[in-house]
Design a protein around this ligand. Sequence first.
Ligand code: AMP
Length: 410
Amino acid sequence: MKFSQYHISDRIKKNLHELGFLKPTDIQYKSIPSIMKGEDVLAIAQTGTGKTAAFAIPIIDKLYTKRRHRDNKSVRCLVMVPTRELAVQISEVFSKIAKSLPLNILTTFGGADQTIQIEALKKGVDILISTPGRMFDLRAQGYLDMSETEVLILDEADHMLALGFIKDIEDVIKHLPRKHQTLFFSATIDEKIKDLAYSIVKNPIRIQLSPKDPVSKNVDHQVAYIEMDDKRFFLERMIREKIESKILVFVRTKVRAERVAKAMERVDIKTLTMHGDKHQEDRLEVMELFRKGDIKVLIATDISARGIDIPGIHYVINYDLPDVPENYVHRVGRTGRGAERGHALTFCAPEEKPVLEMIQGFLGKEIKQMEIDKSDYRMTLALTEEVNTNWQKLLDEAAEMKQKKRKKKR
Ligand code: AMP
């Protein structure tokens, strides 16, 4: 079924067409009808499946067809998200789908100046997208009118719990009118998430996508065994070979991010970095440069993994393995978005094997291994343009020494 056959406003259909959204993705196909009926929904969907539009399309249609009363200054739909990047990204999706419709969309998050936001809230906002902390602050200060809120959406609820937002979420929910619709989206589900979900949704429609394999079918993902100290040469080779491709590289810490960026700089490869130490303005600038493709390699930590929705990321490289197995899913979910195909490659050093095993346990299957034969491995080290380091020569010398020692023993 195509979007043109849905019972949604023609203007929304036109906007979807412009976005290139012709047919619903799996999650959209499964959740849009229930959301349109006004039912509560509990959806377990991985990133990259089109889940934002799954709730944005029916909610925009609902708010557009049933207009706001002039005197009503209450926010009509609250969207809670874990990070500022996700807030910005979701708000873009809402704005594009609601283009030229008379709906006010506001995005807020911690750190941003409140003044303009408060003015907007006073005039009346249809859709507020915010982190729970900022939502809590606005409510506590009396700026957030929820007396007639119709819809509450929690996106990436698992991530919000992990970040310790539970109290803020509970506080906001307490102030909602008794009758409202709740849409609960989470990438993973465990007992804690279930408890939270069932404490706020009523007889929900449960939607789960391919629970056996949390990695999207669109992503071809493999692991390559590479020594820790050699990883940078493999990254360098990979970037040079895929010069036209957008590559997202994940590392464990911000220090590592800067270090890998420096290593690439030494061999004349331009990269961007994204981690918790970046200021809000820098983050937005970095995302814009990467989005436009001005710089094709972004080195990021897990903090930013979920907030990155850049179309056309061809490769995700796990330069370091993630600390938490489920972050593997979030990382590789940055490629192969929507209808695109994606590739992910994990560089696994011998000391990281136990972590790899945990990830494979979490996925319920082994990750395909990319075989690198010895000569290819050596060639990668020799190919580097890093000055003063002729690795081939060093390796040859080491091999020669070994041989000499052996001869001596005999
Ligand atoms: P999400 O899971 O919401 O982060 O969406 C992942 C990507 O899928 C985004 O880049 C969307 O632009 C894209 N997308 C969402 N719905 C569709 C659709 N029906 N057809 C094609 N692409 C889509």
